[in-house]
Write a protein that binds this ligand. Structure first.
Ligand code: SF4
Length: 218
């Protein structure tokens, strides 16, 4: 169990899964660089949070901008949307009759990706809600603006284990104040921090330097 002072931003788990160094530049060194992707993402999240906080549509209750936290993960953040569906397996809510099953929905600006980053974030939100409300949440959704589509996310044991493992690793790096070295890859071209990270200017390892020198001699 983490104490309040040790809590980290839940949204950081997607940065961490994308690139450990990107996460550390943002969350350890507190560097952030705006680009079109981050700016439009922020505007979309703001819209999701700014509208009516709580909306009732029949047996569906929609809550926007709900703060969530988990002492087990040491993470806290804000859910874009949590839908509460009337369901006898759910939980009771203040001011509402019956039982309600929470379903977190995370908004993303682009389209569905092959990696796990987005799924990890919404799973971490579900794990926070479970700890706060004392319930089991089987699935949630990702909403992609570009394709205007909802993608279901099953909160499998495998995905939950990844959330636990990554959050423990985040806390470890944060405690050490460690910023991992550049690992150039496909992610760099879509990285909002590449002008801060400067992957092409990073010093080479001795091995890669010698390999390149030997290659030039051939
Ligand atoms: S440019 Fe590449 S190595 Fe650097 S932070 Fe971004 S993804 Fe990571």
């Amino acid at each position: 169990m983490y104490s309040d002072e040790e809590f980290l931003a839940l949204s950081g788990i997607q940065h961490f899964a994308f690139c450990r160094r990107q996460w550390a530049l943002i969350h350890v060194e507190r560097r952030w660089q705006e680009n079109y992707l981050t700016a439009s993402g922020q505007m979309m999240h703001q819209r999701a949070h700014d509208e009516e906080i709580r909306e009732r549509r029949g047996t569906l209750l929609i809550v926007r901008g709900l703060f969530v936290r988990s002492s087990e993960l040491g993470l806290s953040g804000v859910c874009d949307i949590v839908e509460f569906h009337q369901d006898e397996r759910g939980v009771s809510l203040f001011g509402e009759d019956g039982a309600w099953m929470p379903v977190p929905i995370e908004y993303k600006r682009g389209k569905s990706k092959s990696g796990e980053c987005d799924r990890l974030q919404v799973c971490a939100q579900a794990m926070c809600l479970e700890e706060m409300l004392g319930c089991d949440i089987a699935s949630g959704f990702l909403f992609y603006k570009q394709t205007q589509s909802r993608e279901p996310v099953a909160f499998t044991e495998e995905l939950r284990d990844s959330v636990r493992k990554l959050s423990a690793e985040m806390h470890d790096l944060f405690r050490k104040g460690h910023v991992p070295r550049v690992r150039k890859g496909k992610a760099c071209s879509a990285c909002s921090l590449r002008d801060e990270c400067l992957p092409s200017l990073q010093p080479r390892s001795a091995t890669s330097y010698i390999d390149a020198a030997l290659e030039a001699w051939k």
